[in-house]
Design a protein around this ligand. Structure first.
Ligand code: ADP
Ligand code: MG
Length: 372
């Protein structure tokens, strides 16, 4: 087995940043308010008010040491990508950065509508309509096309990392969590595995090169989940999930896609393609007939039910975990990757993915685990 992910060099990271890292106390300038906005594997995110302006922000608290390793560079990489993407309205805006002896705090634009995850797993009446998904998909693609034009791959696109400016009425999307993002503008060897089990592309499991197409697979999964409320590859355990992904075992049955247009299905099919070079790019997706409809396909129907148009008031999810989400041990998954811009010309570093790991705890619903 290779070394642990933490011990490996993480090429493709950008660590040169322009934002001033403040050393004075965060609490001198901000007041924490309300409950937590969310948690990830290493971060806790809390709502705060800037004392000088009264403006609301989201403070992302991240420990610099994780599992005994210094991860300051990972956080600088995240800051660098946020700086690079600040011209794009669909990438969350970075306001300020603070550092203490143990933590780095990113002060971010607050996306008050919470994760699209909440509406992906909501009951029919609260679920997205196909028209909603079309609008949100355009915004996600526009943000991701911007990143890809700038040779950045996100590598962790999933409903927990796509937030909304407001839930009711449905606002606009903000892409967050650039902790796994990498630059693709030089031919680079990447020695880690990235992503979240249900959303990872087959090339990740096969130790083949990562490219911008890797994000496009995740957008295919994301769109499937937003429209159907079901996670297309999720199995009873992680091994089954990975087998489903590598076999592209997807249910496109009319039952699952009841009330959803065939153009939407066609859109998803253009992304859930095993060969990364044959997958649609973000720009191609933006030109897909589903997102440029003439005439509109069932625009007012709920994606999961053709009946109701009610959109009752809902609040943000109360279901965040009490502690950071545990993640499986990754040593078996860590491989050597070769990456190159947008393509994937180079040979993989390892033969194949091993299915000999202990399974995930079986959960029938959508999970939030990260394999790195
Ligand atoms: P991690 O890298 O640990 O996954 P994230 O950046 O994804 O951290 O943040 C964890 C969670 O916190 C997100 O899934 C979301 O629920 C919430 N969150 C993150 N950023 C914001 C923000 N700018 N506004 C509101 N909520 C946020
Ligand atoms: Mg996250």
């Amino acid at each position: 087995m290779p070394n642990s992910a933490a011990a490996m060099s993480k090429t493709g990271m950008v660590t040169k940043i322009h934002t001033r890292i403040r050393a004075d106390p965060f609490s001198a300038h901000y007041e924490l308010v309300g409950k937590e906005l969310g948690r990830g594997k290493f971060a806790v995110v809390k709502k705060c008010i800037e004392k000088a302006t009264g403006k609301q922000y989201a403070a992302k608290f991240q420990r610099k040491r994780r599992k005994g390793a210094d991860c300051r560079m990972d956080i600088l990489n995240e800051i660098a990508v946020l700086e690079l993407a600040k011209a794009n309205p669909y990438v969350v805006a970075l306001h300020e950065v603070y550092e203490t002896s143990t933590e780095i705090i990113l002060v971010l634009e607050c996306a008050a509508g919470g994760e699209i995850f909440d509406q992906c797993v909501a009951d029919n009446d609260e679920a997205f309509t196909e028209k909603d998904v079309m609008r949100l998909a355009r915004q996600i693609l526009s943000g991701v096309a911007f990143l890809h034009r700038n040779n950045v791959v996100h590598l962790d696109l999933k409903p927990q990392n796509i937030l909304l400016t407001s839930a009711r009425p449905l606002g606009d999307i903000r892409i967050v969590d650039f902790g796994l993002s990498r630059r693709m503008d030089s031919i680079t060897e990447v020695r880690e595995i990235l992503g979240t089990p249900e959303y990872v592309a087959p090339e990740i499991l096969n130790y083949e090169p990562i490219s911008t197409a890797t994000d496009m697979w995740s957008i295919g999964v994301l769109t499937y989940v937003m429209l159907t409320g079901e996670s297309p590859f999720l199995g009873d355990d992680k091994q089954v999930t990975f087998l489903n992904i590598s076999q592209v075992n997807v249910d496109y049955s009319p039952d699952t896609f009841d009330g959803i247009s065939s153009l939407a299905v066609d859109f998803i099919k253009s992304l859930l393609v095993k060969n990364p070079r044959k997958r649609a790019t973000a720009e191609e997706c933006l030109s897909h007939p589903w997102l440029n409809p003439h005439p509109h396909p069932h625009p007012h129907r709920h994606a999961r039910s053709a009946s109701s148009l009610d959109e009752p008031e809902t609040s943000q999810s109360e279901s965040e975990p009490d502690s950071p989400v545990p993640s499986p041990d990754l040593d078996d998954l860590i491989g050597s990757y070769l990456t190159c811009p947008g393509q994937g010309e180079l040979k993989a570093g390892r033969d194949a993915f091993s299915f000999g790991e202990p399974p995930f705890p079986a959960r029938p619903e959508i999970q939030q685990e990260v394999i790195c």
